[in-house]
Design a protein around this ligand. Structure first.
Ligand SMILES: Cc1cc2nc3c(=O)[nH]c(=O)nc-3n(C[C@H](O)[C@H](O)[C@H](O)COP(=O)(O)O)c2cc1C
Length: 416
């Protein structure tokens, strides 16, 4: 998207004003949160190197999301931040501490997108072997359990801060966490006092069997890529069954679906814009991106081969969504790469604000969506357009909030 003539005009993505402007725009549009995706190293699956990744800027270069978080929350009062932080290479003790700190600094507006890293390049960069999916999820479950014990270890009245006696806190009200797991060990008190939300809102985006079960047991918001209303409905029903099966109230777990919105004054103009965006893609860059996310070197495959025949060690949900995007017809590797680079296999919503609002209503009513994660095209323009054109249309229809209902991110998410 950096090739688009409207991308970041007058803005430097590496400097704070860009992020502050983006955050204020989303807050003006009453968004729950900005989602900061992350990888820990450039993809290197394609042709066994990261050359194509760097040449075409395939999700690279990229900032560390934790460093952006205080910039975003410092520029806003209500907007949340969903930070992707990987459990693969950091001990849960420091992760819990870091997230509690962000939650304090933001006044309770932080969510954690829990990922375990899935790309061979990330494990190579950190000098480790990549475990298989079931071990990754077993490890993540233990990781989140330990973080949760740390977050829950201070009783609400642990702090006295009594100047007269000199007693700041009651140690008997701050449990020392002793954890002896298969993957992690810990003995220590949580180093940060309880934050406004107690713990960050837990987000997860797993799509494999193990991923869905973990999300159903743990997540407060789940985001998924489902290319059609029918697959959205199937995913919504499946997840809500699993959430209920885990003994939780399905109403308290929100489902957000990825969508790419292209809005213009007429439907024809919006279609033209979509065609133009697609024309900016370089096939080699698309294959490098797909190779990175699925952990397969697609340069060694016939591009006309159906994707469904290729086993993937990377993100199963991405492969499933791409296969489903053919709506029954076989999707070749070349088609999958193009679709993925363009729209991540998310549904596209293209047209006037009324056309877009109609489609969004269908996703809400028929797909079982609680909300959406918007896939950017050019920035910050695509978000300005959504906020100025689509949000008022949805508000007129009574399908969008007119103010933030709560103080914290969790309150805002649960109130709607
Ligand atoms: C919408 C969406 C966004 C994701 N964002 C990230 C991300 O930013 N960083 C990351 O490492 N993984 C990300 N993932 C990967 C998942 O969190 C998960 O690790 C991956 O889907 C592998 O699990 P699965 O095999 O259960 O799908 C994302 C997945 C989806 C569906």
């Amino acid at each position: 998207m950096w090739r688009h003539p409207l991308d970041k005009v007058g803005w430097d993505y590496a400097a704070p004003p860009y992020w502050e402007h983006l955050a204020r725009t989303l807050e003006r549009g009453l968004f729950d949160a900005v989602f900061l995706a992350d990888e820990l190293a450039p993809y290197n699956s394609f042709e066994g190197s990261s050359d194509a990744t760097m040449r075409y800027a395939v999700q690279a270069p990229t900032h560390e999301p934790g460093a952006l978080t205080p910039i975003i929350t410092g520029a806003t009062e209500h907007l949340g931040v969903g930070i992707t932080l990987s459990t693969a290479f950091e001990h849960p003790y420091s992760m819990a501490r870091r997230l509690s700190t962000f939650d304090h600094l933001s006044g309770g507006r932080v969510a954690w997108n829990i990922v375990g890293s899935y790309s061979p390049s990330e494990f190579a960069a950190y000098g480790q072997e990549m475990p298989d999916r079931s071990v990754r999820y077993e490890r993540i479950a233990e990781y989140v359990d330990l973080c949760s014990q740390l977050w829950d270890s201070w009783q609400p009245d642990a702090i006295a801060a009594d100047r007269a006696s000199g007693i700041y806190a009651h140690p008997e009200k701050i449990r020392e966490v002793v954890f002896e797991g298969k993957h992690f060990r810990c003995r220590g008190r949580h180093f940060v006092a309880p934050s406004p939300q107690g713990r960050p809102v837990l987000w997860q985006a797993g799509a494999s069997e193990q991923g869905r079960d973990f999300a159903a047991r743990t997540a407060e918001a789940i985001f998924a890529i489902q290319p059609t209303v029918a697959t959205m409905r199937a995913y919504s029903d499946d997840i809500r069954d699993r959430v209920a099966g885990a003994g939780r109230d399905p109403e308290t777990v929100k489902l957000y679906y990825g969508a790419q919105v292209i809005v213009a004054d007429t439907d024809a103009q919006a279609r033209e814009e979509a065609d133009y965006l697609r024309a900016l893609l370089r096939p080699e860059a698309s294959l490098a991106m797909l190779s990175g996310q699925l952990g397969v070197d697609f340069s060694t495959f016939d591009p006309d081969l159906p994707l469904t025949d290729v086993p993937v060690p990377g993100i199963q949900g991405v492969k499933d969504a791409l296969v489903a995007s053919g709506a029954g017809d076989a999707v070749t590797i070349a088609e999958a790469a193009d679709t993925y680079a363009f729209r991540f296999a998310m549904p596209q919503v293209i047209g006037t604000s009324a056309t877009v609002a109609d489609q969004i209503e269908t996703f809400l009513d028929d797909g079982g969506a609680d909300g959406f994660m918007l896939l950017a095209t050019y920035t910050p323009g695509c978000f300005e357009e959504f906020v100025d054109q689509v949000v008022p249309e949805l508000q007129r229809r009574g399908r969008y909030r007119s103010r933030y209902p709560g103080e914290t991110l969790r309150q805002n998410i649960l109130a709607d």
